[in-house]
Structure formats: structure tokens, C-alpha cells
Design a binder for this molecule. Sequence first.
Ligand SMILES: Cc1ncc(COP(=O)(O)O)c(C=O)c1O
Length: 458
Amino acid sequence: MFKYYNSIIETIGNTPLVKLNKVTRNVKGTILAKLEYFNPGNSMKDRMAVRMIEDAERSGELKPGGTIIEGTSGNTGMGLALMAIAKGYKCIFTLADKQSREKIDILRAMGAEVIVCPTNVAAEDPKSYYSVAKKLNKEIPNSFYVNQYDNLSNTLAHYESTGPEIWEGTDGKITHFVAGVGTGGSMSGIGKFLKEKNQNITTIGIDSYGSVFKKYKETGIFDEKEIYPYLTEGIGEDILPKNVDFDVIDHFIKVTDKDAAIMARRLAREEGLFIGWSCGSAVHGALEYARNHMNDNDLMVILMPDHGTRYLNKIYNDNWMKDHGYLEEREFATARDILRRQGIHQQLVTIPVDMRIDKAILVMNQEGISQVPVTDGDHIVGTITDSRILKNLIENPEFKNERVKEIMDDPLPFVAMDSTVDVLSSLIDKKITAVLVRDENNNAHIITQHDILMAMTS
Ligand SMILES: Cc1ncc(COP(=O)(O)O)c(C=O)c1O
């Protein structure tokens, strides 16, 4: 079938639902992730960018040749940049300096002008990214300030696209919906749609420590004492955006920056989902809720807003994680632990350099081993492997009468007894298939790739 899209904008939406299989161990029911990084701008914000721009064109607020201005945590900027390219507008974005470097670079790569503003100032401070965006809007003729926080086209986009996709994708069987809340557009739009379809669906908003939402929902109080700087990008606020519809959100759960980062990394490694930081918040909070409230027949959908590439220099960087105290040093087993498990008194099998090859094959067979250090007197001078013997015998069957020294490889490297398995495995490759280690009595032992694997998995 001849099928193509008229522009990149037409590829927005219809993102997949993927079941979580590993991080959900010991949780009842089924949990699906709605992967919004499949959108062309790699985030769910593409959806609302289209709606906000097209609504502004319809209302006459945005005219041909105009300039789009927005304060954005990066993802909205990407969606707006795609729209600007498709429709011939200019873009200026203001960002808080806590946002990832990657997001800033991406926006510039898409032709936008980016102004970086301080994070740790109040929203009404003239230096904040909200205030700078508003000021630019006043100064630049024919400019349109998108204001994703209070622009209700944001909620409408999710009410009209993401909500129906989730309802149809689950065949109306969804019982719980979870999403991080920033501007509120996604949770409010999707939550409203789902509750109109089935008012028994439970909606859980994910908030950050340092944000006002949870307390406001539970007490009706906007408590400034709740506000303090935090690192997770995209969720939580120090304002009450018009797009947050508190009536549509049943519960809020707060998640720490650290728990979110650790869960995001688990999702990458255990589920193959290379997702953004706030996805970690959403899944961490969702599992906390699910463990206490879900039953076998329940079906939860978690909205995953964006992609992991935007956080490569943060949560996906081990040094950054360590610097923030988020990465528990892993206790790796050492060569000593592996030998203890094998029985350290096991004698190392060796073969002298001038042994005939057919005899060496017999020894390897008897011992059930595929690589053996070769000795000359007391010294280890080489290694013989069954794959090398086989290769030579296939070329010339008479080779079996030759001496081991004719086909031995270099000796295996020696490592210290306290080398950890991550170091051992970094030494192992196609040529070096095992390492040697000497114990306190100067006896040599061999550690194979298989031994390392066993140590890492048991
Ligand atoms: C990465 C990320 N996660 C979550 C959110 C929150 O979504 P919403 O603004 O629809 O509440 C945003 C919004 O900025 C975001 O960029």
C-alpha cells in the first residue's frame, strides 16, 4: 500500500501501550505503559502543541509570520518547534536552568531561540522563566505567548487524542490511570475523558516533593511552605495552573527525585524502556498505589511522557548519580569469592609445552575443560583452547601428532585476588576467555567467563 504522511505533524499520536513485566513483580493486576516517546518530538507534548497552535490560529491570536513564545521545560518547546517548522513561525523559548542541557541543545538544533533563566526564583520574580516569556510577548510585535499552564487547549488535546487512545487500546477495561502532573493538561484531559466513559476509573496524579499539588488537593490550602527546589523535570509546580482539574484527580502521590531516578534506570535495564525521569516518578508512585490497592483483574495504564536521551547527562550518567547520592555502590563479588565457591584447594590443571596434541585433547576431555594453561617447568607460558585445536585439526588431521607449543596462544592474564567481577568481565573477550589468579600460597587458579557469570547471577 502506498502510504505516506504529508508532514511530520501527521505522525503525532497513536503511541503504543506496552506491558510492564519485571518491575511489577509481586503486584496484582496488569500494568501498561503508554509510551509517548514514540511521538516525533519524543514526548507527549507534541499533542498539545498542535492543538494550542491551531486554536490560536483559529482565534486570530497567532498570525502568519508570527513568533511563538513559551516558558517550557523543553518538551513543549520541541512540540512547538515542530509546529513552527511545519507552519513557518519563529520560536523563542525560556527555560529554567535546572533543565537538562540536552533539551536546550535539541531546541536550538530545531532552530529555536532559547533563553535560560534561574530556577530558584519565585514565579512572579522578573527573572523567572514565566516572567521573561510574558515580557517578551509584550515587547515583540505579532507574537503569541502560548502559556501551556493556563491555556486550556492543552487539556483539550489530551481529552481528544490520548484519552480515547487509552480507552480504545484497553477495550474499555482500564480501571486505574496514573500520570505525573505539571501543567496538568495530560492528567486532566485524559482523566476527564476516562471518567466520562466510566466514573469508577481511579486516577492517580504523581507529584514531587517541593510542589504544592498534593497538599492543595487534600486540604484546599495553597501552602507556600511546601515549596522548595527539587530536580525532577516536568512534574510538580509552585503555582496552580488552570490546566490542573483537581476534580478529575482522585489521589496524589509524591515521589522523591532519587526514587524516580532509580526507577527510570530500572525501566531501561529491566523492561527495555529508555524513558525520561518523570516516567520513573510515575511508575514508582503507581507501584506504591498498586501494591496496596490493585486486584488480579485490575488494569492500570501509566502515562510515560518522554524519552531517556534527554537525561543522558543526569540520571543515566553514573557519576552524576553518585554525586547526588542516588547510586548505591553495588557490592560485586571478587575473584576470591569465586575461588571460595569453587573450593580454593582445587589444583589448576596445566599441560606441558611439549605434550602431544592428541594427549592434550585426552586431558581436556577427562577434566571437562576447554582451555588449559601451558607450562614450561614452573612457568606458565601459554594457553591451549579446544577451539584452536579443532580449527587446526580440520585443516590437517595429522596435526594431532604435533606438540602443544605449536598452537598455543599467549598466557592468560593474572589478576589480583580482590578484583571484582565487573573488572574481571572487562578483561574477557574473544581472545582472552579466562583469567588467572594466585592465592596466598602462590598457587595459580583459573577463572572462566562461566565462573564470572555464575558469580553475578547467584
Ligand atoms: C517530562 C515531563 N513529564 C511530565 C510532565 C507533566 O505533564 P503535564 O504538563 O501534562 O501535567 C511534563 C510537562 O511539562 C514533562 O515535560
